[in-house]
Ligand binder design. Structure first.
Ligand code: SAH
Length: 269
């Protein structure tokens, strides 16, 4: 009798295990089917930090953050962490290696520059990025600013008008493992309508006016920062927020000196 009881219990447990296995595999099939349903969905992976450059010049980056960035009151812990991680020297030309962590902008070829580290940190902080954000950058240049944003946000879409710069930045970002940055060669004036709306937009070339397509592609509740040049030739970083009703709030936050935005924006409105 005891033997029969044990056998019965064993058979019962076996039934439960088999039943659970079948249900779980069915759930798996359902999930897989659901995933397959969206052909446009691309799986965006975060940066992987496996490249040796991340293990180089760590102390210089820590010093840069402490002396150039925290001293000037940038506080967002995500921004400070990103600035400590991104290997700025990997984005700088061979001749500029020694000055890669210095307190000034550096040439990147084609008459363009990579911004001063403090300006990169200040602008990134102003965007108030969080890990779910989708960011648009106008003016990829070396790809450095895009990499800093990609450390915090989910996806970064960046447009560069000088084709060879777009190509080299895309290669560099890929080599460094920035799977969540997407680079396109073209005129950033028109934004990236297929990927709009964006939680945050950053412009790194100065124009006399704010391109309307960029305003249109900013989400309600979103932030945009870019240098704007006034009639007298002075440039200011302008921070624009779009409230939930779609109204814009603009403020000049700092005098700056950026390279000019070229292309469509130069034509009279
Ligand atoms: N963010 C860059 C700095 C870029 S300097 C970095 O981290 O290295 C500004 C860049 O804007 C230049 O590379 C310039 O070629 C580019 N640019 C100028 N006008 C543009 C436009 N209309 N669309 C896209 N890029 C533009």
């Amino acid at each position: 009798m005891n033997e029969r009881n044990r056998l019965f219990r064993f058979a019962f447990l076996l039934c439960i295990v088999v039943f659970m296995a079948i249900s779980m595999s069915e759930i798996g099939v359902i999930l897989a089917a659901e995933k397959k349903q969206d052909p446009n969905e691309i799986k965006v992976l975060p940066p992987d930090h496996n490249h040796p450059a991340f293990r180089e010049r760590i102390e210089e980056r820590a010093k840069m953050v402490e002396q150039q960035i925290q001293q000037r009151d940038v506080k967002d812990p995500n921004v400070l962490a990103a600035m400590r991680v991104v290997p700025r020297h990997a984005f700088v030309r061979a001749g500029g290696q020694r000055a890669a962590y210095a307190d000034w902008p550096l040439p990147i070829g084609h008459g363009q520059t990579i911004s001063q580290p403090y300006i990169v940190a200040f602008m990134t902080e102003a965007l108030k990025l969080d890990p779910n954000d989708k960011v648009l950058e106008i003016g990829t240049g070396s790809g450095y600013q895009a990499a800093v944003c990609a450390e915090i946000a989910k996806e970064v879409y960046t447009i560069e008008i000088v084709e060879p710069l777009a190509k080299s930045a895309a290669e560099k970002l890929k080599e460094l493992g920035y799977h969540n940055v997407f680079v396109r060669a073209g005129d950033g004036f028109f934004g990236w309508p297929k990927k709009a709306p964006f939680d945050a937009i950053i412009g790194t070339a100065a124009a006399g006016r704010i391109p309307q397509p960029l305003i249109d592609q900013l989400k309600p509740g979103g932030r945009m920062i870019l240098p704007v040049e006034g009639r007298l030739g002075f440039q200011y970083l302008v921070l624009i927020t779009k409230d939930e009703k779609g109204y814009l709030h603009k403020q000049n936050v700092m005098p700056v000196r950026f390279v000019p935005m070229t292309g469509e924006v130069e034509k009279t409105p």
